[in-house]
Design a binder for this molecule. Structure first.
Ligand code: NCD
Length: 359
């Protein structure tokens, strides 16, 4: 049952556990805002993946592209990115363009009125005056949630999509990761029963946190967290997995985790969060890199993923191996984000209908 964000105080909403916020984030069975990975259930993940595939096929022809471009040509999206981004930003731009939306952007608050002392709340309210959707990335954990609550209490409650907030959430990255896994395991019975190995900076990587919680929507998925002690996954994630009855493993030994993996999810050291600049350099991460020598240990039908940007966690000579799916994973982001935005604006049925008739 859906509940309205405008009917709850910020303090009350803020105290609710991520998984229990879901009823506040839907309206007429569609996402009203996309703030957390936990708001998605299995049915929605299946639906979004199928829709992304339909968009992907429709976009292959000129007439298909024309159809897609007409869907939301009356809508405008604002991309408000106060943290660096290449892929997430560009894939959202592309997703909006595929659906015909026009876009505005603020990427550097030194060029916006925030430089003159305007609060982020006033900035976001300003965007809502001109745009129909706000896609935001911020270094502040929970900011997208706060803004969604603020807007829901105004007369322009436009949807907010969280494109990465602090160390806590990156829901649309988790969606594209799930879509990549769905596609990779299409011929192998889907994601159920697979083993996913996360490697790298699991303490501060928001993509890992978001994906770990979405994987609990699948049956018998085993999760394995491989990192040096200082960068190991948070106890809160492990408690969440325990509560969900998920089988998990915590390890420091990367090499021995490779042979049983169905997917290996590499991540970079998130040193922008170092308390003291240079702290991360004191941690030995050299054993947490996927090199070409590791390929022989990997199952024939396993996949190697990475949210990117990468540094040295995956050597470039691994790229040519068919199991390296990170470039496709990136492109999947554009399709799933287009599917998500189409769903928010109730154009999903039109896509399904077009696909049935033409594809
Ligand atoms: C990730 C992020 O911003 O959290 N990047 C992305 O959106 N693909 C991962 C990272 O920066 O390491």
């Amino acid at each position: 049952m859906s509940r309205r964000l405008s009917e709850i105080s910020w303090d009350e909403f803020n105290k609710i556990a991520p998984a229990d916020k879901a009823p506040y984030l839907v309206e007429n069975e569609r996402p009203a805002h996309v703030l957390t990975a936990q708001q998605f259930n299995r049915e929605q993940l299946d639906m979004l993946g199928a829709l992304a595939t339909q968009v992907r096929f429709i976009a292959k022809t000129k007439t298909g592209m024309k159809f897609l471009r007409d869907l939301l040509s009356h809508k405008r999206a604002m991309l408000y990115f106060s943290q660096p981004s290449t892929r997430t930003f560009l894939s959202f731009c592309s997703a909006c363009e595929i659906l015909g939306m026009s876009i505005g952007e603020v990427r550097d608050t030194a060029t916006s009125s925030e430089f003159k002392g305007e609060s982020r709340e006033d900035s976001v309210r300003t965007f809502s005056s001109y745009f129909d959707l706000i896609i935001m990335r911020s270094e502040i954990g929970g900011l997208a949630e706060r803004m969604a609550w603020v807007l829901s209490n105004t007369d322009r409650p436009v949807p907010i999509i969280n494109a990465g907030s602090g160390k806590d959430q990156h829901p649309t990255q988790a969606l594209l990761d799930i879509y990549t896994l769905q596609r990779s395991f299409e011929q192998r019975g889907g994601i159920d029963g697979k083993k996913i190995v996360f490697v790298g900076d699991l303490a501060r990587g928001r993509t890992v946190r978001s994906l770990a919680s979405l994987l609990t929507r699948y049956n018998d998925v085993e999760q394995c967290f491989v990192a040096p002690k200082q960068l190991q996954i948070g106890e809160d994630v492990l408690a969440m997995l325990k509560a969900a009855g998920v089988k998990y493993e915590v390890s420091e030994d990367f090499e021995s985790s490779i042979p049983s993996a169905d997917a290996i999810y590499m991540t970079r050291v998130q040193d922008e969060w170092d308390v003291k600049k240079g702290d991360s350099t004191k941690i030995d991460t050299s054993k947490y890199c996927f090199t070409v020598g590791h390929l022989v240990l990997l199952k024939k039908d396993a996949v190697i993923m990475h949210p990117f940007p990468r540094r040295n966690e995956i050597s470039h000579d691994v790229d040519d191996d068919p199991r390296a799916v990170y470039w496709r994973q990136m492109r999947n982001g554009m399709w799933i984000r287009a599917a998500l935005i189409a769903t928010i604006f109730a154009s999903d049925d039109k896509i399904r209908h077009y696909s049935r008739k033409n594809i």
